[in-house]
Design a protein around this ligand. Sequence first.
Ligand SMILES: Cc1cc2nc3c(=O)[nH]c(=O)nc-3n(C[C@H](O)[C@H](O)[C@H](O)COP(=O)(O)O)c2cc1C
Length: 376
Amino acid sequence: MSALFSPFELKGLTLRNRFVRSATFEGAAEADGEVTKLEVQMYRDLAAGEVGLIISGVCGVEEKGLLFPSQNNLASDDRIPGMARLAQAVHDEGGKVAVQLFHAGREASSFFPGVGLAPSSLEDDPHFDHNHRAMTEEEIWEAVESFGKAAGRAQEAGFDAVQMHGAHAYIFAQFLSPHTNRRQDQWGGSVENRTRLHREVLASIRKRVGSDYPVCIKLGTEDGFQGGLTLEEGLEAAMLLAEAGYDCLEISQGLRGVRFHETEFRRNLKKPESQGYFRTWAEAVKQRVSVPVIAVGGIRDLDMAEDIVQKGQADLVAVSRPLISEPGLIARWRKGERQPARCVSCNQCIHEIEAMRTISCALDRKKEDWSEDEAG
Ligand SMILES: Cc1cc2nc3c(=O)[nH]c(=O)nc-3n(C[C@H](O)[C@H](O)[C@H](O)COP(=O)(O)O)c2cc1C
């Protein structure tokens, strides 16, 4: 049987296979972010579908870092029982689950009225025109503390690991990118300074969860536009974070460009050469670090997943959109049905969350209910 279906050890955590559900915001929480029965069912279905490691959707660490009003969070102790129900549902089905800890940074003002907290205030940014302002030193340390406390709560709720959301335009990607981080203090300038937030957060988490608990990061190693983070800088960041003690790196994109093909949500993936679109970045990271690396982005068939692991480009492979369409995809592949994922990467699932609805797959809806697609 394929190596993908044998167990994998991640810092003492035994995963039943090498498949990861990449973090996916489901838009299924209560209006105030509390966990719902529907979410519990979604996690149960993914675990029953034999995903090795499920990574939750974005889970806020503090109120001012939320992206959506209806977003799960671990910003206070009263959220622990709800989140514990998610973890329990996964464990009941023999799976493992990590919570993705998240702060939107300046993007917090995209869906909420208000001012997002950013590394720097940019007046001439063609990519982002929402209200934001530069964080004070004190606010940065507050965020560091919030991540630490939220990780402690995740552990208490029974999650097997935590993953920082260090990709896709949110706070860590904003600090890492020279486009959004123009600071002149210890948080800006060199790649070492631009990853200080990542490393201080890790230290704050370790104080709460101890040295044996897996602390991971999804890292954007290149921005989607000229003038942003280069791959060379992204690789330097990956090495610094592995050396600092992050236990696993999932490799994706940093700040987004404007159209879908400049984001982590690429489309038109029919040709094999357009699939697995960040695998060479994962490979470049894998060559430089000794901790496990996860490849993500447009992986749609078992042959490609096997090829990635066999070639040593990554240790684990992650999928997001295919599991929205088919939560049982991994079990289907394990049973020997090798047809590619049913997902056609149409991105209608993304339009659903932008419209503040619960994710669903467009292939299960009537065509006339599909959203207009302008983003290309
Ligand atoms: C509906 C939707 C929600 C997502 N939510 C998150 C999220 O909460 N955190 C995250 O890191 N990535 C999120 N992503 C990005 C995915 O994890 C993944 O990186 C990206 O979709 C590429 O993988 P895929 O081609 O397998 O979908 C989301 C993707 C989709 C489609």
